[in-house]
Design a protein around this ligand. Structure first.
Ligand SMILES: Nc1nc2c(ncn2[C@@H]2O[C@H](COP(=O)(O)OP(=O)(O)OP(=O)(O)O)[C@@H](O)[C@H]2O)c(=O)[nH]1
Length: 532
C-alpha cells in the first residue's frame, strides 16, 4: 500500500466511529483492527503493529467510553499519530559532525538499496553547507560502483578516492580515509559493497572495513520498497555493525512508508534523511512529525512551505496578486502555475504534503497527473507569445489593401491553430482540448470571484473569519460543479480552508503558494480572466 493510501484507510476506519451511535470497546477494537491491517499492508512489521495496537487501546480506553463518538475518533487519531511518531523517534540522536575535524561516515546496506546515490546526495548536502567533503569507494563487489561514484563526484565537484586495480576493500577503505584525513577533509563518506543478510563473508568484510575506517557513524541505507523484509535485514546489519542512523531511499510517489517504522524499531537508530528521487537534491531531512502527518494523509505543510521557498514561487507573488486583483488569467498564467508545481518536485510528493489533497485525488495516480502536466507544458511551448497572453488572432490578406495583411481577432484559439499546437507538442488533440477547457474553467471561476471582490486575499480572509458559510456559498456559485466534485465537494473544501486559516493565515499561504486568492488544489487556481 502506498503512503497516500494508508492515510485514507486510517481516516476511513476512523470515520466509522463518527457515525457510530455508541463507541464501546468493541467499536474501538474493530477500528484498531482495521488500522492495524492498513499498517501491515504498508509494510510495518507485525510485532511493531501489535505493540502499537496495545498501546493505543490502553490509552484510548483509559478515558470514559461515554465520550462523544467524534471526540473518540479524534482521540484515536491522536493516539495513532503519537504512537507512530514515538516509534520513529528513538531516544538516541544521530551523530553531529564537528567542524574542523575529520568526520567519517560509513554507508552500509543491501545491494541496490541506494548507498552510492545517497552518498552523493549526502556529500552534496554537506558541501553546499561549506564543509570540506570527500567520498571513498571500497565497493569492489559491483563492477560499476567506482564509475558511478566518479561520475557523481565530477558532477558535484567533490573529490573521490578509488582504485579499479585494487580488489581488497579493506585496503581501499584504509588508504582512502587516511588520504582525506591527512588532507584535512571534514566529511569523509565511505561506500561499501551491498550485501545480503545470508552472505556471512561479506558481513565479515564489512566489519573489517569498519575496524580500519573507525567511522564516527555507520549509516544504514534502506530501500523503502523492499517490504516486510526490512526488519530482518536491518537487524542483521545492526548485529554486525553499530548502526547509528538510517537513510530511507526511494520514498517517491509509489513507495510504501511503513518499512521506515520497522527499520527504526529494529535498529533503534534515528532516520536522518529520506531519498525521494534519483537526483542529488532529492533528499529531505527527516522529521518524524511531518513524516507521520504525510503517512496519515494529514499533509505536511511545513515540508510543503520549505519546498515552496526553494521553488522561488514566492518571488513572483506581488505581481501575481496584482494581476489577480485585476481579474486576469491567461494561458501564460496557467503555464506559470504548472511550472511552479513542477519546480517543487514530483506531484506525488506534493499531493502527500497538502492536507486533504490525496483524498481528493481519490486514487488517481500522481505519476500520470505529472505526465499530463508535462504534456501540457509542451503545448504551452508550441503556442505563440500572443496566444499565451490571450490574444487570439489570425493573419489574413487585407481585403481593402491588396498585397497587405490584416488580423482577424477571435475569442479563442482557432481550430487550425489547435491542431498545429498539438502536433508541435506531440500530444493528442484531445489532450490539448482538455487543457483549453481547464483554462476556461479557471478563467471563468476567477473572473466571477473577481467580480465579487474575492480575488482580494484580505477581503477573502476577512470574510472567512466573519461568515465562512457565506464565503463558501459564494465560492460554490462561482465554480463549475464538476470541478467542485473533483475537489472533494464543498465539505472537504471547507475543511481545507479552515485548516489553512488555522495554520497561519489562508491568504498569506495562498499568496505564497502562488495560487493567489484562488482555490487550493487546482493547478491553475488564481488570477482573473483577461478581457480584450
Ligand atoms: N526513485 C529513487 N531511486 C533511487 C533513490 N536512491 C537511489 N535510487 C536508485 O536506485 C538504484 C540503486 O542505487 P545505488 O546507489 O546504485 O545503490 P547501491 O546501494 O550503491 O548499490 P550496490 O552498490 O549494488 O550495493 C539506482 O538506479 C538509483 O538511481 C531514491 O531515493 N529514489
Amino acid at each position: 500500500m502506498v503512503l497516500q493510501e494508508l492515510g485514507s484507510k486510517i481516516n476511513g476506519a476512523l470515520s466509522k466511529l463518527n457515525t457510530a451511535s455508541v463507541v464501546d470497546e468493541a467499536a474501538v477494537d474493530s477500528v484498531l483492527k482495521e488500522i492495524a491491517g492498513a499498517l501491515l499492508m504498508s509494510d510495518v512489521n507485525v510485532r511493531t503493529v501489535a505493540e502499537m495496537r496495545t498501546n493505543i487501546k490502553r490509552e484510548v480506553m483509559q478515558d470514559s467510553i461515554r465520550a462523544g463518538s467524534t471526540s473518540k475518533a479524534k482521540q484515536i487519531r491522536n493516539a495513532v499519530f503519537n504512537e507512530l511518531v514515538r516509534l520513529l523517534s528513538p531516544d538516541v540522536d544521530a551523530y553531529r559532525p564537528v567542524k574542523g575535524k575529520a568526520n567519517v561516515f560509513m554507508f552500509v546496506g543491501l545491494q541496490g538499496s541506494g548507498k552510492t546515490t545517497s552518498i552523493a546526495k549526502f556529500a552534496n548536502y554537506w558541501a553546499r553547507k561549506g564543509w570540506k567533503t570527500a567520498m571513498v569507494c571500497c565497493d569492489t563487489f559491483r563492477a560499476g560502483a567506482l564509475d558511478q561514484m566518479k561520475q557523481n563526484a565530477i558532477k558535484l565537484r567533490i573529490p573521490y578516492f578509488g582504485n579499479p586495480l585494487e580488489a581488497d576493500p579493506v585496503k581501499l577503505a584504509e588508504e582512502g580515509t587516511k588520504h582525506f584525513r591527512d588532507e584535512g577533509y571534514e566529511i569523509i563518506l565511505v561506500d561499501t559493497s551491498g550485501r545480503h543478510q545470508q552472505e556471512a563473508e561479506l558481513f565479515e568484510e564489512m566489519e573489517q572495513v569498519m575496524d580500519v575506517v573507525e567511522p564516527d557513524e555507520v549509516i544504514f541505507v534502506m530501500d523503502s520498497t523492499i517490504g516486510q523484509a526490512v526488519a530482518d535485514q536491518a537487524s542483521a546489519f545492526k548485529k554486525s555493525v553499530p548502526v547509528g542512523s538510517v537513510i530511507i531511499t526511494k520514498l517517491d510517489g509509489h513507495a510504501k512508508g511503513g518499512g521506515a517504522l520497522s527499520a527504526v524499531a529494529a535498529t533503534n537508530a534515528p532516520i536522518t534523511f529520506i531519498g525521494t528521487g534519483e537526483h542529488f537534491d532529492e533528499m529531505e531531512r527527516f522529521d518524524a512529525r511531518s513524516f507521520v502527518s504525510r503517512l496519515m494523509g494529514l499533509g505536511d505543510m511545513r515540508g510543503f512551505m520549505e519546498k515552496l521557498a526553494d521553488s522561488k514561487a514566492l518571488e513572483k507573488s506581488p505581481e501575481m496578486m496584482e494581476r489577480l486583483q485585476k481579474g486576469q488569467f491567461t494561458l501564460r498564467d496557467l503555464r506559470d502555475q504548472f511550472k511552479t508545481i513542477l519546480n517543487m518536485g514530483s506531484l506525488g510528493q506534493l499531493v502527500s504534503m497538502i492536507p486533504g489533497l490525496s483524498q481528493m485525488m481519490q486514487g488517481q495516480d500522481p505519476t500520470a497527473a505529472q505526465k499530463n502536466i508535462e504534456g501540457f507544458m509542451n503545448c504551452f511551448d508550441s503556442m505563440t507569445e500572443d496566444e499565451l497572453d490571450g490574444i487570439y488572432r489570425t493573419r489574413i490578406p487585407d481585403p481593402k489593401l491588396p498585397g497587405k495583411y490584416t488580423y482577424v481577432y477571435e475569442k479563442q484559439i482557432s481550430e487550425s491553430r489547435l491542431r498545429r499546437i498539438a502536433k508541435g507538442a506531440g500530444v493528442p488533440l484531445q489532450r490539448l482540448y482538455l487543457l483549453i477547457q481547464q483554462h476556461k474553467q479557471f478563467e471563468g471561476m476567477v473572473g466571477k470571484l473577481g467580480k465579487k471582490g474575492l480575488m482580494n486575499d484580505q477581503r477573502m480572509q476577512q470574510q472567512m473569519q466573519r461568515n465562512p458559510n457565506q464565503l463558501m456559498q459564494q465560492l460554490q456559485s462561482s465554480m463549475d460543479p464538476r470541478m467542485l466534485q473533483q475537489m472533494g465537494g464543498m465539505g472537504n473544501m471547507m475543511e481545507m480552508f479552515k485548516g489553512m486559516t488555522e495554520g497561519g493565515g489562508m491568504a498569506d499561504m495562498m499568496k505564497q503558494m502562488g495560487l493567489g486568492g484562488g482555490l487550493p488544489g487546482g493547478p491553475g487556481a488564481g488570477r482573473g480572466g483577461r478581457r480584450r
